[in-house]
Design a protein around this ligand. Structure first.
Ligand code: ATP
Ligand code: LTN
Length: 331
């Protein structure tokens, strides 16, 4: 019997993967992969809470699988799957809808943000998004959910839903913990460093994608917004642009903030921005090259997601059966 602890995480294929999703989430998935039994999904069900072009959604879902693997997730060791191909998620999602309160969902920051940005399409799925996310996590009895800072609130709600259910029916669900990186939990836009770098907002040059070519990456960093001072030091409040670049550089090179401060003491922002760009180019180069190679092999990709869905479904069914029995559905 495999006694290892379990990880579940996922990303919506709502845009091309960004430096933010890599640093905030995927990089940690890769680092944790050896110690846990891991499930990583393409959250396509969650993606349609915002209107998607069907052909783009399909293309991005496949590209995302190639990028997960290229980042270092071995499909032989990790279960990599597409959320919509494991129907148990939606089955449990409905049950959990009935154990999630209107007030709780109304307080979710992501719901408020997305409603403001999509005022013409505030649909029920956008509202109940967190109960489906809770189902994603609880159905595998996950111990740990590695995500960026913005998803912490959803994991906390997942714990509340699980606790509520367990209080009524006994110990059905394990309570999961969020796993949030110390540096890079919230990478900001290079153009508007007050805002999170986000893959559905790639137009203004503030976003770097994993598949961007070196020239595009260098251009984005050279244009990155800083401030009117000249000194490279960490001050998130007053120097959001520079502090963001320091976080990115720290993750890409392994240097501490102090070492970065020393390295650039007396030098201008121009130098600093070029160095950050170069470090990111080198960090992403092997990922892009490997992802392009994998994406060309359609048969391999299909094998990965078919086997992934089978393994995921097998694990998910166990929890779903238990839940159906507990709530009183005829077996
Ligand atoms: P969208 O713009 O469609 O909402 P997104 O760019 O915010 O997408 P998600 O799919 O919501 O990306 O996030 C994928 C994972 O990466 C999540 O765990 C999220 O917390 C993390 N993440 C996303 N953007 C960042 C960021 N800028 N900094 C740190 N982590 C991030
Ligand atoms: N809500 C997440 C994507 C997501 C997820 C999950 C993350 C859907 N289901 C389960 C962790 C665990 C997002 O917007 N990034």
């Amino acid at each position: 019997m495999d006694e290892r602890k379990i990880i579940l995480s996922g990303i919506k294929p709502s845009g091309d993967l960004t430096l933010g999703s890599y640093i905030g989430a995927i990089k940690n998935w890769v680092e944790l992969a050896d110690q846990y039994d891991c499930f990583y999904m393409m959250a396509d069900l969650h993606a349609i809470t915002v209107r998607q072009v069907p052909a783009d959604l399909r293309r991005r879902t496949l590209a995302q699988i190639a990028q997960y693997i290229a980042c270092g997730l071995d499909p032989e060791k990790n279960t990599i799957f597409i959320q919509s191909q494991v129907p148990e998620h939606t089955q449990l999602g409905w049950v959990l809808d009935c154990y999630t309160m209107f007030g709780e969902l109304s307080r979710m920051t992501q719901f408020k943000d997305k409603s403001a940005k999509n005022a013409d399409n505030i649909n029920a799925g956008l509202f109940t998004y967190p109960s489906l996310m809770a189902a994603d996590i609880l159905i595998y009895q996950a111990d740990l959910v590695p995500v960026g800072e913005d998803q912490k609130q959803h994991v906390e709600l997942t714990r509340d839903i699980a606790h509520r259910f367990n209080t009524i029916y006994g110990d059905v669900f394990k309570l999961p913990e969020p796993f949030i990186p110390k540096v890079g939990a919230r990478i900001m836009s290079l153009q508007t460093p007050e805002n999170k770098m986000s893959k559905s907002e790639t137009d203004n040059g503030g976003c770097v994608c994993l598949m961007d070519k070196p020239e595009a990456i260098m251009k984005a960093f050279k244009r990155a917004v800083t401030d009117s001072e000249t000194s490279v030091h960490f001050d998130r409040e007053n120097k959001p642009g520079v502090s963001n670049l320091m976080q990115i550089y720290s993750v890409a090179t392994g240097s501490t903030f102090e070492q970065i401060q020393q390295e650039f003491a007396g030098k201008g922002y121009g130098d600093f921005k070029v160095k950050v760009g170069e470090a990111v180019v080198e960090m992403l180069r092997p990922i892009r090259e490997e992802a392009e190679r994998i994406l060309a092999d359609k048969a391999y990709l299909e094998k990965v997601y078919r086997e992934g869905a089978e393994k995921a479904s097998y694990a998910a069914r166990k929890t779903l059966r238990k839940v159906y029995k507990k709530v009183g559905f005829v077996q």
